[in-house]
Design a protein around this ligand. Sequence first.
Ligand code: NAD
Length: 524
Amino acid sequence: ASPADISLKLPLPYTDSIEIRNFIGGKWYAPSSNSYFDNYSPSTGKVISQIPDSNAADVDLAVQAATDAFPRWSALSTQQRAAHIHKLADLIEENLETMAQFETMDQGKTLTMSRNVDIARTATNFRYYANYVLGNPTEPSSVSTYIKPFNSAEGLPISAQALSYTNRSPVGVAGLISPWNLPLYLLSWKIAPCIAAGNTCVCKPSEFTSITAMMLTRLVKQAGIPDGVINIVFGLGSSVGNSLVTHPKVPLISFTGGTITGKKIAAAAAPMFKHISLELGGKNPALIFDDANLDECIPTTVRGSFQNQGEICLCSSRIYVQRSIYDEFVARFKDYIRNNVIVGDPTDQNSFYGALVSKPHFEKVQSVVQKAQSEGAHVEFCVDLSVSTHIKSIGKNGSLQVSGLEDGYFMAPTVITDVDQSSTVVQEEIFGPVVVILPFDTEQEAIHLANDVVYGLAATVWSLDQAKLRRVSSQIVAGTVWCNCWMVRNLDMPFGGFKASGVGTEGGGYSIDFFTKKQTVCLG
Ligand code: NAD
């Protein structure tokens, strides 16, 4: 069974819909359960598509297709694989506008973000890894001298040379599981190194954001990537995700998502000796010293806190400000938000951010705000109704009524002060447009506070003192530290979380390492 032809013409946001089917061995299939669940557009609250409620049987079929495709795909030359991947990137670029429209409709993020970040970066991810494998064709080899364990006829030791070299080869079928915040971007960040290195895969996108992954299946077919190299099974984490993680023929699992899910995956995969890469949650600090350039720091920190509705794992959510500039910072920070962070229709180019991804997430973020209020924290929803004239009202937990989109999941940029370091709002990931701001006195105290959570994903430090930046960065336990900037990404660099933020490293050769096995061969 294959779905009706899916138009890749420019859709009308909010009114168009897309048929989603599992993509297995180059064909589209209805789920074996033949049941579906509703998928909502976050900005309208309306159903826009049906997601297949797939199960273990569908995963089994997909793993079989990936297993069957592996010998042929892995036997291709690097050049042949890279050519296929470049073709896919070309098609993504050709269809960028359509895919961006659907990403926005499905996720709630602004069209500006979908165009310039999500879909653009998806194409970049594929190109980057096609080029990476082309540019790194050789493996280390070395010659060493050794003494043979017997003597010559004269009784002298025999010295010989051995050549050692590395056989790097793909592993097999990888399970790739991704979240809803940067849907196609994060999925492609896994597919690209996986297939460039010669593996095949079964992908499981988030059930909240399946549409662009479905669109990708069309382009995979159009690019001529052999059937079975990329398979996508749609559905819930507890069924599709879990079946993939526990499947005996899937030796590699690359997962990006929440820390609680990461724990479950680690527990399920460990007894099967699977290789796992876990990119998990964060609660990222921004440390603002009294010698920071606030004219640069404030706009960047606002962007770093609220971009994509605060739904980026790298967003700052705990801001620590040196006491001598604390009051000035808080006042200017809030003022800047009121005048610049326009929340509304994600297709409006004036909107800085759009709607939260789902109703359950929207309610969760509001409940955290309510808890902080009930614990006595000072909570401010930084919306100026004379600037944001399209906002009809602000709810008591920060929800916003946007004209024309009254059923959308819109949330005010929320700033919380007068709060303890030990409180839930400071310690736990919220993953929404909510930040806390706390004061600190000394450098050591700032470092202590930054590290005083279970997470260790990213941090930001602001100061004009270069020595201080280096000193502080090296003591922050986080995979990435940005100094006087935020979200500047260099794809060659290691990316990953420490502590409860993850296991393993992505980026450049680190991802290729994960997706390959390295064998030493020694010719004596
Ligand atoms: P989530 O953990 O709920 O879901 C992520 C994916 O895992 C989804 O596809 C889901 O269906 C699947 N899943 C759920 N239960 C599963 C199970 N038992 N077995 C296998 N798969 C399962 O996360 P989310 O709510 O989609 O995403 C938000 C989280 O992702 C946040 O915590 C955020 O910080 C994190 N994140 C981390 C990074 C990073 O690079 N470290 C990047 C983006 C998002």
